[in-house]
Design a protein around this ligand. Structure first.
Ligand SMILES: C[S@@+](CC[C@H](N)C(=O)[O-])C[C@H]1O[C@@H](n2cnc3c(N)ncnc32)[C@H](O)[C@@H]1O
Length: 242
């Protein structure tokens, strides 16, 4: 079961306001290249990047377990050009093979256990064409995310401002549990989330154990090198050798 903010239609409808176009989205759009290619986004949500890729002529599949997010993506601009699938990273099975598979919006961090990560990586590699690329990002665990996440904000919706509060409930090692409080006009909604912040060395071990070549690790969306002490992101390009 995905978090309430992905499962409840009234919260899924707020997602694109909270997470609009940004440099991370542009990074993945560029990765798809200029020539039409076969692309799969896993944990696509409303498919902001998938829809932009489809508008450029790529053949795009968007996969996510949260039906409300997929429905929101279907109704959004260019939503009719994406092939939408309701499934998880661990259990999807498609006949197609892809040139690029990606996970963004830190969707990779919903994979909590090593088994979840290994099953997802095995599944992803199986769906890549030879020399196909798997690209994703995860937040650098050395930063104090428990402090960064504990914040408030306001979403400017068409029907008025929605105050939002994020509260970190606990951090245990790689895992952070937090909830998000949305003050909607008809009452509060609370969504609870758990994310894993995996260190680069463990991530690299699991990628190599799955048979991937790790082709690049960046620390920022401008492709600058990963700095273990200061980078916010661990951005990974992994290639299927065969
Ligand atoms: C933060 S959203 C990212 C959405 C989109 N990629 C973006 O960048 O806007 C995380 C998404 O991961 C999805 N998700 C949760 N568990 C998943 C799983 N096991 N496999 C694939 N996606 C999952 C959620 O439903 C949600 O839509």
């Amino acid at each position: 079961m995905a978090d309430a903010h992905y499962e409840l239609p009234e919260l899924a409808a707020l997602y694109d306001i909270d997470s609009g176009w940004s440099e991370d989205r542009a990074f993945y759009l560029d990765l798809a290249g200029a020539e039409p290619s076969r692309v799969l986004e896993i944990g696509c949500g409303t498919g902001l990047v998938s829809r932009a890729m489809a508008a450029r002529g790529h053949r795009v599949t968007g996969l996510d377990p949260a039906r409300a997010m997929l429905d929101s993506g279907r109704r959004a601009p260019h939503g009719d050009r994406v092939h939408w699938i309701e499934a998880t990273a661990q259990d999807f099975s498609l006949a197609d093979r892809f040139d690029l598979i990606f996970m963004t919006g830190h969707a990779f961090q919903v994979l909590l256990e090593d088994d979840d990560v290994s099953n997802a990586l095995t599944n992803i590699r199986r769906h890549l064409a030879p020399r196909g690329v798997f690209a994703f990002e995860t937040r650098n665990p050395v930063l104090r995310w428990e402090a960064i996440f504990h914040t408030t904000g306001t979403l400017a919706t068409e029907t008025g401002p929605v105050p939002v509060q994020w509260r970190v409930l606990w951090r245990r090692g790689d895992i952070i549990r937090f909830d998000t409080h949305y003050q909607l006009a008809d009452g509060e909604r609370i969504s609870e989330s758990t994310l894993r912040f995996m260190p680069l060395d463990r991530l690299t071990e699991l990628l190599i154990a799955t048979g991937f070549d790790v082709s690049a690790i960046f620390g920022d969306w401008d492709r600058s090198a990963f700095d273990p002490a200061t980078s916010r992101e661990i951005i990974v390009l992994a290639t299927n050798p065969a």
